[in-house]
Design a protein around this ligand. Sequence first.
Ligand SMILES: [Fe+2]
Ligand SMILES: [Fe+2]
Length: 188
Amino acid sequence: MKTMQRNTSSPADAWHAEHAYFAALLRLLQREVDVFHTGESPNYELMLDIISYLRDFSDRFHHPREDVAFERLARRCPDLELVLARLQQEHRVIAHAGETLRGLLTAILDGSLVKRAEVEIAAAMYLVYYGNHIAREEEDVVGRAAGTLSAEDWEAVRAAVPQQRDPLFGETPDERYRVLRRRSAAAG
Ligand SMILES: [Fe+2]
Ligand SMILES: [Fe+2]
């Protein structure tokens, strides 16, 4: 990804662009997980910002729209039915794993005693799971949806959740996410 400019020329382009943003965040999270191997302390604040964005934006807006797109696509492409059912199930797993990780990071930042290994494992599992999820969607779903879904389908996808300003990659990032915005642009 060369720039962090949002390409919204079509719903599938916008979908793909969000995946590129999320993948950049996962690369940043991976770098922090790598720090565990050096024996140093990772940047827990940055990790919490990443996971908070993915919980508050991706899980609440990106995934519900996908769920509608998957249902529509499964009706038209029966060969994708199983893949789409799995991806939909993974949305629930990702939300659960993300909440577990957010809880651990919040506890650490609040000064509670949390085993490093516990955070390392939770973060590593989240990375593998989410990374594979996005790769599968990009390989098997986004292109097929672009060529298959009708304007009415895309309208249903858009209407699945209220329109929401993107607090990190939108035109004006929230104060909280300014550092993360800069870092993710560099990681893109
Ligand atoms: Fe998804
Ligand atoms: Fe996705």
